[in-house]
Design a protein around this ligand. Sequence first.
Ligand SMILES: NC(=O)c1ccc[n+]([C@@H]2O[C@H](COP(=O)([O-])OP(=O)(O)OC[C@H]3O[C@@H](n4cnc5c(N)ncnc54)[C@H](OP(=O)(O)O)[C@@H]3O)[C@@H](O)[C@H]2O)c1
Length: 285
Amino acid sequence: MTQRLGIIGYPIGHSISPIFQQAGLDHLGIDATYEKWEVTPEGVGDFVAGLRAPGTLGINITVPHKQAVIPFLDEVDEWATAAGAVNTIVNHDGHLTGHNTDGPGFLRALLVETGYDPSCTRALILGAGGAARGILLALVRGGVDSLVIANRTLERAETLAQLSSDNGVGSEAISLSGDALTEAAASANLIVNCTTMGMSHGPDEHGSPISAAQIPATAIVNDVVYTPLLTPILKEAAAAGATALGGLHMLVYQGVLSFQMWTGVDAPVDVMLAAATAEMTSRGA
Ligand SMILES: NC(=O)c1ccc[n+]([C@@H]2O[C@H](COP(=O)([O-])OP(=O)(O)OC[C@H]3O[C@@H](n4cnc5c(N)ncnc54)[C@H](OP(=O)(O)O)[C@@H]3O)[C@@H](O)[C@H]2O)c1
């Protein structure tokens, strides 16, 4: 029997998960199809209940349903509990477990692609929205030494700094401009852009939250934005001689970890990354 996988969201048309997940399944000869389903907020409970059927391996969940699925699950793992959000559901004989591979995928992408290990490092997070929160928790769980959170709206940075302190990691909240930002960047081992600056069709699609002059050559700069593939901050990082990693890697690696949970086998990362990159390129990213 062909097994069933997929992703739910609202809307869902933009998702490239079906492209790279199907490429991975086909490469390994796994008899499964990965679809995308647009599920309204009212329909989440019924949809999740239907996942208990034989032949359904599980699903990914994207915005806005990552919290909404939780009450309909039998179990939620440690990462998902810490994040307060589920991006992967695994169906095992009708028992549904919720996981969150966003944080682990972010860390895995950095480790594999740049060799970065958060322990004993200082990280600068640019932005304080949903992505920044998940990345902060991943860095905290990964053993980061200290954090600076820089955001246009200072109060939101302060909320995340408090979350960091509550989890035992010293942190500072600053504005996304001025001397404090320059100083924080100068001593950062990792700089992560979690703002929407630089995102195609976003509020400031040509903007970078930080310039080449502020980026140390020894730093790793990771943008979570992946449209376009080469974002303004990645260009600034390259000009500074720093190591630069785009957001597509994080997206694919979270999917790689989900793939392994559903199938029990190692995902063909290179195949999935190549499929995702080709799809983004064909979309003009
Ligand atoms: N690669 C991946 O797998 C992955 C995963 C998740 C998200 N993402 C991407 O991450 C980005 C952020 O997503 P999110 O869910 O965190 O969004 P969000 O919750 O809406 O947060 C947006 C952040 O961007 C800041 N911002 C927006 N416009 C700005 C501007 N003109 N100047 C300076 N700062 C500005 C906001 O600052 P204020 O607080 O001041 O408004 C806030 O910190 C999106 O591009 C999303 O696609 C990628």
